[in-house]
Write a protein that binds this ligand. Sequence first.
Ligand code: LLP
Length: 385
Amino acid sequence: MIKGKFPTDKFQSLETPFYYYDMDLLRETLKTVKKETENKKYSIHYALKANANPLILKEIAAYGFGADCVSGNEILRALQCGFPASKIAFAGVGKTDREIKIGLDNDIFCFNVESLPEMEAIERLASETGKTTRIALRINPNVDAHTHKYITTGLEENKFGLNEPDLPKAIELISRSSHLQLIGMHFHIGSQITDMSSFENLCVKALELQNWFSGRGISFEIINVGGGLGINYHHPNHCPIADFEAYFRLFGKYLKLQENQTLHFELGRSVVAPCGSLISRATYVKEGISKKFLILDAGMTDLLRPALYQAYHHIENISSGKEYETYDVVGPVCESSDVFGENISLNQSQRGDFIAIRSAGAYGETMASAYNCRELPASYFSDSL
Ligand code: LLP
């Protein structure tokens, strides 16, 4: 089994658990995204929710990408880390007045509006400040992303976006307002999407909706298809960079743009997941009745994905070259769901060994909590260790 490359000698003096980021891999990924999009009418907004670590954000901003934010604080973080306001999109079903004002005060690129009452709130706050703001309609396209239920967002049963019956009312509200400028449509059907036909279906639906709008004399500067491109969690060493070429080619094929129209993407996971690993030490090897438990000092508080979505993350013992044994790899938290993997084949492990949980750069650090009064995990970077 090929293992990832980790500077375990440099890890010796560090307290575990911590996130370790391979900055060369991040840069390679960013270069790939840039190469695949730069001569096209494509624009990337990196989704901060995947990883909002300032050093990661500064690196991404340096490549000229924009940001996709889902809270006022994410907007402020994006600005602090070098993303220009003119490239910040703001989505989310529950934008508060404070958050809307942050967007308005900073004159961000666009609000992705998710409901009629939200549109009224933005209109009211914009008119109070005498501003005109750009909006895109986040439309729920009722397209199945064929991914985990909890990260499916584009079905009727989900809370996200305007539904088609809302659209006539939305147009009416916008046409009556001198503070709202409609620039586009926005979609996001889900995350960790590996069935590419879902994106194809989204393109078909987007064009159908565009026709509906043009029948009413409305054209769009932008179409924003959200994020969602999945990564290969099973083979982090063989497939460290997602297949961006195929992804962008698909949109080129199925979503023919009109003149002066740009296609926007909000990629999160595919940009940052592969470069991050959660590094922990084995605290105990415990012999159970029918299995062996490898108990780590990292838990679900540091990486929630396995407990919340039954997500698979590849696990490696990066200290041991001994023969393979089978373990249930678990954390110390007082919850039976605090399990990173069952029946995992690992080099024979002992107390103190470093265990790497791979592909944890997205929705790892950002979803960490202090449950059980635990410390939040630290972060280290390959550049500066
Ligand atoms: N745009 C919007 C409006 C979103 O809601 C999301 C993710 C993205 C873009 C970025 O999607 P990505 O390219 O990362 O798939 N915590 C879950 C994932 C939640 C995704 C939420 N929205 C997980 O760990 O799998």
